[in-house]
Design a binder for this molecule. Sequence first.
Ligand code: GKR
Ligand code: MG
Length: 431
Amino acid sequence: MTRDLTITDIRLTPILVADPPLLNTQGVHQPYTPRLIVEVETAGGFVGVGETYGDSKYLELARPFAGKLIGRQVSDLNGLFVFAEDVAVDRSRVSGQVDVGGLRGVQTADKLRLSVVSGFEVACLDALGKALGLPVHALLGGKVRDAVEYSAYLFYKWAGHPEGVRAEKDDWGAAVDPAGVVEQARRFKERYGFTSFKLKGGVFAPEEEIAAVRALAEAFPGHPLRLDPNGAWSVETSLKVARELGDVLEYLEDPTLGTAAMAEVAARAGVPLATNMCVTTFAEIKEAFTKDAVQVVLSDHHYWGGLRNTQQLAAVCRTFGVGVSMHSNTHLGISLAAMTHVASTVPNLQHACDSHYPWQSEDVLTERLTFDDGKVAVPDAPGLGVELDRERLAELHRRWLDDDGSLRDRDDAAAMRVADPGWVTPPVPRW
Ligand code: GKR
Ligand code: MG
């Protein structure tokens, strides 16, 4: 293999990955969720892998974008952003539409493009690292820690997907009350050694979720706890929850929607507020930081356009004395490896990162990444340090091909309607 870094081929493989019936304020996860696996091959024969959202609006952008990169250098990471500008975004995908899962606010063409760029940036870094014999963290300036801490991501959930729905089984059981949440947390701790816990809220009335967090505090005294209703509460409800849980929360995450409302809560809550909703682009930082609306920004390299933008975000946060950690949506091992590499290079990472990975029983890697004592060891092998399992990738792609189209775009409200035909996405604030 030579060090010729010219991109000669890009393979885009959409897949459907099993997902348990996790509840959120929009509805419930579908039994299978779309992801896109990106492979970038160089003239020298090195192949880098990346992963991002796989819904059709991302695929529509990824295909023409891939075409523009053939013949470019895999090291031209800044160029990715320039070429992305040239990819037209279908206006119906962005005009006032709220993301499925309701969890990213209003969609803009830029947000869509950056999510696509992130998958390619990671693949280019992986290929570059393999060609140079360096781990991705070294390409990012070097790790400042050898392991990255993650928190247990607790969800209210059903024992299984609704009867008659094709789905994989999971062994987590149901969690629809405080006892179920505590039991789930215990398993997370036993299986992975996590010591901090985040509960996805906005599912039940705030009193029930307060009771669940109180139960966690009793079962795990002194462990950092977070609650995230994805903006489902009014300012008043957010303040009430903050009053009742202030003594046990590490932070409250996106209690209410929008920077103005977050600022109102932040001014009176007495608990730090974290977000992965009101600050998801560089353009949103100024207003939020000026108004002191958020005390912790949860970066997501998919949202922000990759690992180097995540580092830039961390530098801005450090400048303004705002904390930084990491958000997660459903993802596989490629993204966990990417998160771990970049997190290892951020000096001001003060909170355990989120990861959905324990909920994903399927992966496209020959070897799953593991959590030990709640941490993922930072890989030192060239590139991301992971290897694609091509057979597995083909199987999960086959599932995507065989789907009639109903699962190719994540829709938590539609999945909820299978169990509750009258379900509509609740208006916000819900409580
Ligand atoms: O997967 O249901 C979910 C989560 O609600 C996810 O979509 C969010 O993006 O985990 C995320 C969050 O922290 O808001
Ligand atoms: Mg969140």
